[in-house]
Design a protein around this ligand. Sequence first.
Ligand SMILES: Nc1ncnc2c1ncn2[C@@H]1O[C@H](COP(=O)(O)OP(=O)(O)OP(=O)(O)O)[C@@H](O)[C@H]1O
Length: 328
Amino acid sequence: MELLKVSGISKQQAGAFILKDISFTLPRFRKIAIAGETGSGKSTLLKVIAGLSQPDTGEVLFEDKRVEGPLEVLIPGHEGIAYLSQYFELRHHYRVEEILSYANQLTEDEARNIYAICRINHLLQRRTDELSGGEAQRIALARLLTTAPRLLLLDEPFSNLDMIHKNLLKSVIHDIGESLEITCMLISHDPHDILSWADELFIMKAGQLLQRGAPQQVYYQPVDAYAAGLLGKYNLVPPDGLRHLSALPGITSNGKSLFARPEQFTLTAPQPDALKGKVQAITFWGGYYDIAVQVPGKTMVTVRMITCDVKKGDTVYVGWRGTDVWYI
Ligand SMILES: Nc1ncnc2c1ncn2[C@@H]1O[C@H](COP(=O)(O)OP(=O)(O)OP(=O)(O)O)[C@@H](O)[C@H]1O
């Protein structure tokens, strides 16, 4: 049985589509990351799935039961689905333990396990107005988890967190997936948050589901430049430029543009299947360098290297690392 079946969901606002004919199914215990430019409909999609936003057409089935929208029920929401908004609120002036015990549908041991996973044991005696933003968020998350959801929807959980709290929350979300086996859909703008975590990526564009696939697939085989750009830097060599790169093994001129991540190129010793070029710029990013090289046909390519022993103006040779070639 599928956990979730979304069929033909559309929603318009002032004549424009916020969501347009979205359909997909999800099995249990999956980790789905949703990426898309701002305004592409990510939050609205999660809210429709949670029963918090009313679609114009289409339906959501959760465990074979239709999720009713807010216009159809007295209290919006659906049993078994938990949605954590970016704008969550905890009731003021309560002790954390009280807030948690109101929502709790679990045994004491199970609830303790969730508090441990969410790293909030040390906060239970605090009042809700004595918490940092990151602490309050983990409590809001624990509160949702104690309602025993089977589907957890997280709307940009990493925004507004510093690196330390972001990493802490990443560990929490990782542990939720591992130990509680809850299906989770998460929205994030940052490729670092999602590529390593998700089983599958959903790319949204203008209210539509543009691409769906494993992180490696969407990263190396995006359907277009929009999907490519959401996941990091890339090279796109148009057909005109590609005619001059035929020295690279496996690369052909087929009227399309060559798509390549910077790490698919490398700097190499002079050899027949490498492109002679000149270094135009070097950018240090901490763990690697991006080296902009002008190759034949006046094409600029970015080559990513862990070390860098060249300087601007040097003549270099650009090789292909032998990974699959992708055209868009
Ligand atoms: N309640 C609403 N009333 C009117 N327009 C809305 C409403 N909610 C969303 N929209 C519009 O729908 C579109 C999609 O919004 P949504 O918040 O789903 O996008 P998003 O991809 O989550 O964006 P972001 O990354 O900025 O959060 C936007 O153009 C937004 O202005």
